[in-house]
Design a protein. Structure first.
Length: 202
């Protein structure tokens, strides 16, 4: 999660460079991520929009409302982030909302939009979506695509997919690679597998 937040921070920092005054946005980010004060952060993000005309704040408002469970407002602000600035990070967040609501065609649309912008989280979740729909060829395609961007969760999920498809060698390669790079689920999986294998070979 920490890596994702760091990625978000620097992405917004780069996008905001073209705006003369981004102080309200940065102050809002500080309250949201460092001080864990979403109420104050919300006020600064609205100031960034209304005073600074900085559309990058929309995605953070979407995150705040999503965390509060207000999916309707989250959807509204993610859509504004995409419409006003084509903010890439809003695309998978919006798609997840649609997927949770069972609106799979809309989820697919926004995941694919993120993929077109080379956004690995979109590739990862799209791969999982196709996997849940038993479309294993497309699941493999998008998980592998995300792995090329060093997305560790995708490497682990791809390994699990290969295991399910009885491609044991490929399963081990991807799960081991994810574990070696610190993906905790992969580390735990390998530990349990090795313990089970030892028991079986006694």
């Amino acid at each position: 999660m920490k890596k994702i937040l760091i990625f978000i921070f620097f992405s917004i920092f780069l996008f905001s460079a073209s705006y003369e005054n981004s102080q309200n946005l940065y102050t809002g980010m500080d309250y949201l991520f460092e001080k864990k004060d979403d109420i104050t952060a919300e006020k600064y993000f609205f100031k960034a929009i209304n005073e600074d005309k900085n559309p990058n704040a929309y995605v953070y408002l979407g995150m705040i409302y999503n965390d509060r469970g207000n999916k309707k407002l989250a959807e509204k602000y993610y859509l504004l982030a995409i419409e006003k600035r084509n903010t890439v990070m809003a695309m998978p967040y919006l798609a997840v909302i649609y997927q949770e609501q069972g609106k799979y065609e809309l989820a697919e649309k926004y995941y694919l939009m993120g993929v077109e912008h080379e956004e690995p989280t979109s590739m990862y979740f799209l791969g999982l979506l196709y996997g849940n729909q038993s479309n294993y060829g497309l699941a493999e395609k998008y998980l592998k695509m995300a792995v090329e961007y060093d997305h560790l969760d995708s490497a682990f999920s791809l390994g699990l997919l290969y295991g399910m498809l009885e491609e044991e060698e490929l399963a081990y390669i991807y799960i081991k690679a994810a574990a070696d790079l610190g993906q905790q689920d992969a580390i735990e999986f390998l530990k349990e597998y090795q313990e089970w294998n030892s028991e079986m070979n006694r």
